[in-house]
Design a protein around this ligand. Sequence first.
Ligand SMILES: Nc1ncnc2c1ncn2[C@@H]1O[C@H](COP(=O)(O)OP(=O)(O)O)[C@@H](O)[C@H]1O
Ligand SMILES: [Mg+2]
Length: 275
Amino acid sequence: MADSYTPLGSGTSPSTAGKTPLLQLRGITKAYGAVQALSDVSLEVYAGEVIGLVGDNGAGKSTLIKAIAGVGPPDSGEFFVEGQAVKITSPQISTRLGIETVYQDLALCDNLDVVANLFLGKEERTPMRTINELTMEKRTLQVLKTLEVKIPSVRTLVASLSGGQRQSIAVAKTVLRNAKVVLLDEPTAALGVVQTRQVLNLIRRLREQGLAVIVISHNLADVFEVVDRVIVLRLGKLVNAFDIKSTTSEQIVAAITGAEFGSIMKDTNAPSEGI
Ligand SMILES: Nc1ncnc2c1ncn2[C@@H]1O[C@H](COP(=O)(O)OP(=O)(O)O)[C@@H](O)[C@H]1O
Ligand SMILES: [Mg+2]
């Protein structure tokens, strides 16, 4: 049974019908002590598809990303990559399966330039085992061009880049590592309007390259601009999967909050935290 793959119905858009997902989760469950952070979460993401993962604070979004990234393996549930059952028990295994994660802290080295950051720990070597700066620089230029990322120079120190550029470098790093699935945790949370635009554009480029992208976002405007499907978590459960083309923000907010339709409006002015 663990080796067989059954497509799930919910939220699968017609364009993906009959295809095998790049990544599928089935029945993912995880508790932290008495807190049930994830209960029986099943979803799939296809090549060339962007999924928005939304939900209130504590809904389980980060726990889900950490499970896929191998940082916090689930208590139970199954993963399939391109239809094959896999066990993701460490970040190294996740990476080997072509899954790369960009966390909010980005994990870039401010004191190094763009090329050094992109190749950190995986530097290209010449036959003499010295670092091959030229090859790395060429690859960097190539990847940034493909992704339409604009920076002053690939030799710029990351410290002097804008927030949007830094986010773009962190994403470019995943592409350079041959990611098939990219997980982004709130990529636009700390960005202004122009930089947000750059990052949304970058996500579109990832889709064009045939990658599968799962992006956590609090910003429904961003979600509507860039995702194909929205998955809503509430209290650790997947409550809804929407095709973005046939969904309104009211429906998504209702799913996030658990509000009935019609009672949403009176909730929109309520503070989201600290109640
Ligand atoms: N390391 C942890 N230890 C204990 N509880 C945790 C831990 N990480 C998350 N949780 C709990 O699990 C639930 C889901 O958290 P999280 O995945 O961070 O939600 P989100 O990212 O959607 O805000 C919350 O109730 C949170 O308090
Ligand atoms: Mg979180």
